[in-house]
Design a protein around this ligand. Structure first.
Ligand code: AMP
Length: 187
């Protein structure tokens, strides 16, 4: 099974992806986690992207497409994967289509997790207080991440809607309820 989880920062994509990973033996591919690992390792790529993440801007499509192309070809993705945080632009979505076509693979579902803006701010603030390790979990950067989501990422929703692939779940519910909605889509 190959899935995309879509939604603004704080929607619960990571939480749901980790659950699906355990339940279905899929690999969660979080581009945010991959980029944070690059930064933590001090690699050239990490140095290049650190300020971009801290500001809540997007890393270039070229870098992200290469990162995902490389990743989905690994053996641990053979049983399937959940994309969490990719694609984030229409150009990335188009590149993903080409990539999958080259591997003769299909997507099973694109699931949008919908959450009100105020709730997102509350969640991110809570995450910042509890965790405090993400440089971009501040109210200031969160505002920019929301703008970036609306301007650059939200256009991929009609892109997948046009292909008849989009499913939407109500992300205002509890984690278990959102999980149940996702499970009913994947049945
Ligand atoms: P996330 O953990 O998904 O919220 O991602 C954290 C940050 O990593 C984002 O705010 C972007 O700076 C960067 N990032 C993650 N995924 C992508 C992507 N697909 N395209 C561009 N930038 C990304």
């Amino acid at each position: 099974m190959r899935l995309i989880l879509l939604g603004p920062p704080g929607a619960g994509k990571g939480t749901q992806a980790r659950r699906l990973e355990d339940l279905h033996g899929l690999k969660q591919l979080s581009t945010g986690d991959m980029l944070r690992a690059e930064i933590a390792s001090g690699s050239d790529l990490g140095k290049k992207v650190e300020a971009i993440l801290a500001a809540g801007e997007l890393v270039s499509d070229d870098i992200m497409v290469e990162m995902i192309a490389h990743r989905i070809a690994k053996p641990d993705c053979e049983k399937g994967f959940i994309l969490d945080g990719f694609p984030r632009t229409v150009a990335q979505a188009e590149a993903l289509d080409d990539m999958l076509a080259n591997h003769k693979l299909d997507l099973d579902a694109v699931i949008e997790i919908k959450v009100d803006e105020q709730e997102l701010f509350d969640r991110i603030q809570k995450r910042a207080e509890e965790d405090g390790t993400r440089a971009d979990d501040t109210v200031e950067v969160m505002k920019n991440r929301m703008d970036v989501y609306k301007n650059q990422t939200a256009p991929i929703i009609p892109y997948y809607e046009g292909k008849g692939m989009l499913k939407t779940v109500d992300g205002m519910q509890s984690i278990d309820d959102v999980a149940a909605q996702i499970d009913s889509i994947l049945l």
